[in-house]
Design a protein around this ligand. Structure first.
Ligand SMILES: Cc1cc2nc3c(=O)[nH]c(=O)nc-3n(C[C@H](O)[C@H](O)[C@H](O)COP(=O)(O)OP(=O)(O)OC[C@H]3O[C@@H](n4cnc5c(N)ncnc54)[C@H](O)[C@@H]3O)c2cc1C
Length: 304
């Protein structure tokens, strides 16, 4: 570990050895980051990327609302963007947001500026960086629908501007290279009355509170909805339910009784409990219905 720190360039932000990641992910499980880097600003991050030897793994974590960190922790450097990357500014019908800004803050800023179309962000508990990577969305709207362009740093620290149609977006997927760290995005909506936009956001919040276990230690939808042609039109939760896994436990992990595509850390689960339960359910759904469920939750790091 000390050896890793000695190979990293000097920074203006913070480098923290053995930083616990369970504290900063929604599932509240998993081992530490070998080194956690909190960059002071974009120039600090760009220089760090340019000067860090290429054999050292570098990954980025947003709000950790779609990430399962395994119990053995994350080798190499984990970058977490700081509030310096959280600015949100409106200009006409466009909104520029830093990648550390919370999706719900972006939705609220858009509403205040009378920009409609970004309401769905109020229902996604991540950051803009995570939304750009995952093409986050809900209720028939997703990030790509409102994105004009994203700005990223590559592993050499170069600043790249990617128009929305060059990011290879599909359902909960982007083809953007894994090494890219998004630093900001420009969104565009249409004009509407702020009160009407806020009303639609409130409706989304109320709908989610009544249908999803959003106060649990969870990562939201565990699996992507399968291709309807293969699943006979059944969504992931319907297949999990039909396979008999609603509310069933393994160790401290459980598929939520309220929304059974939500895996929850019910009672001091380990990352191993959660992943094993997920894999068990995938195998049963495959055996019973012939449908291969694909993880939506990002599983990272080493098993212990
Ligand atoms: C209660 C609950 C409800 C949810 N509901 C929804 C929903 O309705 N719709 C939906 O789409 N998702 C939903 N999610 C999942 C999650 O909120 C989204 O996937 C969100 O976009 C993840 O953002 P994050 O910042 O937490 O990303 P993280 O979990 O931190 O990371 C997810 C992925 O994004 C990458 N990433 C993060 N930041 C950056 C960056 N700056 N640059 C490049 N890559 C980056 C990470 O490396 C990782 O691969 C839900 C989760 C929870 C807990």
């Amino acid at each position: 570990m000390a050896q890793l720190l000695s190979r990293l360039p000097p920074v203006r932000g913070k480098l923290i050895e053995g930083a616990p990641l369970a504290d900063i992910t929604w599932l509240r499980v998993g081992g530490p980051a070998e080194v956690l880097f909190l960059p002071a600003d974009e120039a600090d991050l760009a220089r760090f990327l340019a000067e860090t030897p290429r054999d050292i793994p570098v990954q980025v974590l947003g709000a950790g609302s779609n990430t399962l960190v395994r119990d053995g922790g994350l080798p190499g450097v984990t970058v977490r963007l700081t509030p310096a990357f959280g600015q949100i500014t409106a200009d006409g019908l466009r909104l520029r947001a830093g990648a550390a800004a919370l999706d719900k803050s972006v939705a609220k800023a858009a509403a205040k500026a009378g920009i409609a179309g970004l309401e769905f962000f109020v229902g996604v508990p991540g950051t803009i960086g995570g939304a750009l990577r995952m093409n986050a969305g809900c209720y028939e709207r997703e990030t790509r629908d409102v994105l004009v362009e994203a700005v990223a740093l590559d592993r050499r620290g170069r600043r790249l501007i990617a128009p929305h149609d060059e990011l290879g977006y599909a359902y909960r997927h982007s083809d953007a290279p894994d090494e890219w760290i998004f630093v900001e995005a420009v969104f565009e909506g249409r004009a509407d009355d702020p009160a009407a936009i806020t009303q639609r956001m409130d409706a989304i919040t109320a709908r989610r509170e009544s249908t999803q276990p959003i106060r649990e230690k969870t990562s939201g939808s565990t699996f992507k909805n399968p291709d309807p042609a293969q699943s006979g039109g059944r969504s992931a939760w319907q297949l999990i339910d039909a396979a008999g896994w609603r509310g069933r436990r393994l160790g401290g992990a459980m598929f939520s009784p309220q929304h059974c595509n939500f895996l929850i850390n019910e009672d001091a689960a380990t990352a191993g409990d959660l992943e094993t339960l997920g894999e068990t359910v995938r195998a049963e759904v495959k055996a019973q219905f012939g449908v291969e469920l694909e993880w939506e939750v990002r599983r990272v790091g080493e098993t212990s």
